[in-house]
Design a protein around this ligand. Structure first.
Ligand code: FAD
Ligand code: SF4
Ligand code: SF4
Length: 471
């Protein structure tokens, strides 16, 4: 075997050129080749105490899978990863690795950490391209479980139970399975074919997926029990958008990021003949500084906007989006308007002529400059408005990306289901809610979080459901 690669820098991820990719929806990062993956794997010191594993919420045996890559046994590496994670091609792309596994890597002390996420992505893509293995369908154990929502928490819970022989049905409100992985995260970060492949693998295991079923409307949780399901897992996410409550938010041309991204991603608004109306072109302000804001801004650019601003009330140091995505957005030409907060969205209004077709459209946004004051309860310095610093930016579209909350529909139709003051379903350490045999996990419990934490919650609940039903 070749010697350890002691380079302080990780292998560069090849990407599409910024000027080209700003006008297409193809994936930005192109992935490692076999030779690059092996070279990067050689940077791993195979540490005995495995600090990187502590940083992974689902405890993937990182040094073990990287050792397999060093040997050129990519399928072996895939098998190691999938003992702990059911969505490696997704997590290798979108996990915030820099604050998780990679933040604990010892190579990061005197240089850059091993590119663990990039290697995970490589292995998963290799398997999806070259492996022809079809998993055997497990023998049924006769127990039936219903899953609400087909995001990462629901898909993971479904997969873990199906592999143990449970008859699992996933009920999904939208027409496509995948949750935020398909309706939120854009194609240029996570191609839809990757999520479709994971969903197909679950179908091969025997999982039934019923789309266009809204639990709380089409069927209630109680009706699922009447239909013979013995346990229910709620993985309905946090899809209810927050707004600022400033004047002008009901004008035409104001979107929540969720609506904007769903129209673009699921309803293919980028086609020349889209199935849904959406803004294309013009000047766009995206309010917020998280991953969702970056995705909305970069999508607006790809839909043809002339100018896109990120309007964020704190500074770059506090901006919560992944650094890689911020750098990508800057390279593509997104302008960051920092320490700025909107106070009013301005619209064309001509009260004297109610038929004026320009009535009710966004024409600009008034903002105020901010400075950072004392830290808040989470330790982040609180933004404080600078008196008299108002100014107006000329925009035609405003996209609000300031967070989301769990939808109250399931709570309001399920008696005895306890939620906290933020609308998150209250669960114990096994994911069990205040209702017998009803489990929950992912964003529906925590509020907006990460793919890997939702997956971890799906795994925990699957384990607990199995324990309860196999007693
Ligand atoms: P979701 O993925 O939200 O799935 C819930 C599913 O339940 C949806 O399909 C919904 O339609 C369905 N549903 C809701 N109510 C009902 C009902 N009543 N009946 C039936 N079905 C229902 N995380 C990262 O780790 N990295 C990232 O880079 C990242 N980027 C993101 C970008 C965007 C634009 C967004 C919105 C989120 C991003 N996240 C990211 C967060 C991550 O995607 C979520 O934390 C994760 O998807 C939560 O998984 P979940 O299974 O809890 O719910
Ligand atoms: Fe790192 Fe995420 Fe993979 Fe865990 S799942 S090893 S945190 S990239
Ligand atoms: Fe390899 Fe870094 Fe993990 Fe050590 S901490 S085993 S070098 S990935």
């Amino acid at each position: 075997m070749a010697k350890t690669n002691m380079s302080p820098s990780r292998n560069v991820m090849p990407t599409q050129d910024a000027k080209v990719r700003a006008h297409n929806f193809d994936e930005v990062a192109l992935g490692y080749s076999e030779a690059t993956a092996i070279d990067e794997a050689m940077r791993c010191l195979n540490c005995k105490n495995m600090p990187c594993v502590d940083g992974c919420p689902v405890k993937i045996r990182i040094p073990e899978f990287i050792s397999k890559i060093k040997e050129g046994d990519f399928e072996g590496a895939y098998q190691v990863i999938t003992r702990s994670s059911s969505l490696p091609a997704v997590c290798g792309r979108v996990c915030p690795q820099e604050t998780q596994c990679e933040s604990r890597c010892v190579r990061g002390i005197k240089g850059e950490s091993v590119g663990i996420g990039r290697l995970e992505r490589f292995v998963a893509d290799w398997h999806n391209t070259f492996s022809t293995e079809v998993p055997a369908r497990p023998v049924s154990n006769g127990h039936r479980v219903a899953i609400v929502g087909s995001g990462p928490s629901g898909l993971t819970c479904a997969g873990d139970l199906a592999r143990k022989g449970y008859e699992v049905t996933v009920f999904e409100a939208l027409h496509t399975a995948g949750g935020v992985l398909v309706y939120g995260i854009p194609e240029f970060r996570l191609p839809k074919r990757i999520v479709a492949k994971e969903v197909e693998a679950l179908r091969q295991l025997g999982v039934k997926i019923e789309t266009n079923v809204v639990i709380g409307k089409t069927l209630t949780v109680d009706e699922l029990f009447e239909m013979g399901y013995e346990a229910v897992f709620i993985g309905s996410g946090a899809g209810l958008p927050n707004f600022m409550g400033i004047p002008g938010e009901s004008l035409k041309g104001v979107y929540s990021a969720n609506e904007f991204l769903t129209r673009s991603n699921l309803m293919k608004a980028y086609l020349d003949e889209p199935q849904t109306p959406i803004m294309k072109g013009g000047r766009v302000a995206v309010v917020g500084g998280g991953n969702v804001a970056m995705d909305a801004a970069r999508t607006a650019l790809r839909l043809g906007a002339e100018k896109v601003y990120i309007v964020y009330r704190r500074s770059m140091d506090e901006l919560p989006a992944r650094r890689e995505e911020v750098e990508n957005a800057k390279e593509e030409g997104i302008e960051f308007s920092l320490l700025v907060s909107p106070t009013e969205i301005l619209g064309y209004s001509n009260p004297d002529d109610r038929r004026d077709p320009e009535n009710g459209f966004v024409k600009g946004m008034t903002c105020i400059r901010m400075e950072l004051g004392e830290p808040d309860e989470r330790g982040r310095r609180r933004p404080v408005a600078v008196e008299g610093s108002e100014f107006t930016i000329d925009v035609d579209t405003v996209i609000m990306a300031i967070g989301t909350s769990p939808n109250p529909l399931i709570k309001s139709t399920t008696e005895g289901l306890e939620v906290n003051r933020r609308g998150g379903i209250v669960v114990n350490e096994d994911g069990l809610t205040s209702r017998n045999a009803v489990y929950a996990g992912g964003d529906a419990v925590t509020g907006a979080a990460t793919v890997i934490s939702a997956m971890g919650a799906g795994k925990t609940a699957a384990r607990a459901i199995d324990e309860a039903l196999s007693r």
